[in-house]
Design a protein around this ligand. Structure first.
Ligand code: FEO
Length: 170
C-alpha cells in the first residue's frame, strides 16, 4: 500500500513523463518541418521511450494499490532556433527529470518505502543513459558547427535509431 505522499509523487512523475513525451514529439515536429527527418525519427523514438516510462509509473501505482490520476499538462515548446538549441533543451529537460527522480528516491527512503526505492533504481540508471545519449548528439552538433554538410550525415545516422522495449523485469 502506498502512503499519500508517495502516491502523489508517483502520480506527479507519471504526468511529468507524459509531458516529457510531448516535448519530444514537439521536437520531432520541428525537425520534420525543416526536413531533418532522421533527427525527427530520433525524437519519435524518444517519445516512445517516455511513454514507456509513463507506463512503468502507471503499472507501479496500480500494483501498489494506488490510483492513477491524470492532470492537465503544460504545452510543450514548439520552435527552436537551431537543431543544437533543441538538443540543448532536451538535455536541460533530462537534468530536471534526473533531479525529480533523485528527490523521489530521497522521499521514499525517508518514508521507508523500500518497494518504491527499488522501483526507482531503474530510473536512476535510465537517467544516466538519457542524459548521455542526448549529450552525445550535442557534442556531434557542436563539432560540425563549421561544416553544415555534417548535419546531413548526422541526420542519416540518427534516423537509424529504433525503439527497443526493455525486456520483462527491467
Ligand atoms: Fe523519462 Fe527522458 O526521462
Amino acid at each position: 500500500m502506498l502512503n499519500r505522499k508517495i502516491e502523489e509523487a508517483l502520480n506527479d512523475q507519471f504526468n511529468f513523463e507524459m509531458y516529457s513525451a510531448n516535448i519530444y514529439m514537439s521536437m520531432a515536429a520541428y525537425f520534420d518541418s525543416i526536413n531533418l527527418t532522421g533527427l525527427a525519427g530520433w525524437m519519435k523514438i524518444q517519445y516512445q521511450e517516455e511513454m514507456f516510462h509513463t507506463m512503468k509509473f502507471y503499472d507501479f501505482i496500480n500494483d501498489r494499490g494506488g490510483r492513477v490520476v491524470m492532470t492537465a499538462l503544460d504545452a510543450p515548446p514548439t520552435d527552436w532556433a537551431t537543431p543544437l538549441a533543441a538538443f540543448e533543451n532536451a538535455l536541460a529537460h533530462e537534468r530536471i527529470v534526473t533531479g525529480r527522480i533523485n528527490n523521489m528516491v530521497t522521499l521514499a527512503m525517508e518514508e521507508k518505502d523500500h518497494a518504491t526505492v527499488n522501483f526507482l533504481q531503474w530510473f536512476v540508471a535510465e537517467q544516466v543513459e538519457e542524459e548521455s545519449s542526448v549529450d552525445a548528439v550535442i557534442q556531434k552538433l557542436k563539432l560540425m558547427a563549421d561544416a553544415p554538410g555534417g548535419l546531413f550525415m548526422l541526420d542519416r545516422e540518427l534516423g537509424q535509431r529504433v525503439f527497443t522495449p526493455p525486456s520483462a523485469g527491467e
